[in-house]
Design a protein. Structure first.
Length: 148
């Protein structure tokens, strides 16, 4: 996975409190994504990234009405597609925190327009896998001192 591990991703999403597990692997994440994350994982991501309800709905490509329905349903499991996006956002936030050596700096960086991303914000690009790869590539370049 490069410079961050499964544990850091789990921390962003609430770890044992949300998932009931403290040991992680790629395969375990895959199983969790397929069965759908608990709604609390979405709430933890929203808090970690300091996003409003509208911003998190936008980022995850779901309507605010749908997100509200999930919030008020008991024991809601999110769809696999949404869980996959949540995982992607958590992974890149953890990577940004590692590279920038500060969670607040990482949060700010994800929201700011970046020259290395054609003037777009990482959080905007992270909605797609292709965009997420661009964000990850830029973070790796920053980590290695290549700010192109």
């Amino acid at each position: 996975m490069g410079t961050i591990g499964h544990k850091e991703i789990a921390e962003v999403l609430g770890g044992r409190k949300v998932f009931g597990k403290s040991v992680w692997s790629s395969l375990l994440w895959t199983v969790q994504i397929e069965r759908g994350f608990p709604f609390d994982a979405l709430e933890r991501l929203k808090e970690a990234l300091n996003l409003s309800d509208r911003e998190i709905s936008n980022a995850l490509d779901v309507s605010a009405k749908t997100a509200s329905r999930w919030r008020h349903a008991e024991k809601t499991r999110l769809p696999a597609s949404v869980s996959d996006r949540i995982y992607r956002f958590a992974r890149l936030f953890a990577l940004a925190g590692h590279v920038l050596e500060d969670k607040d700096a990482a949060r700010e960086w994800l929201h700011d327009k970046q020259t290395g991303l054609g003037g777009r914000s990482p959080i905007d690009l992270m909605r797609t896998e292709a965009g997420a790869r661009e964000v990850e590539s830029l973070l790796v370049r920053i980590e290695h001192g290549v700010l192109s």
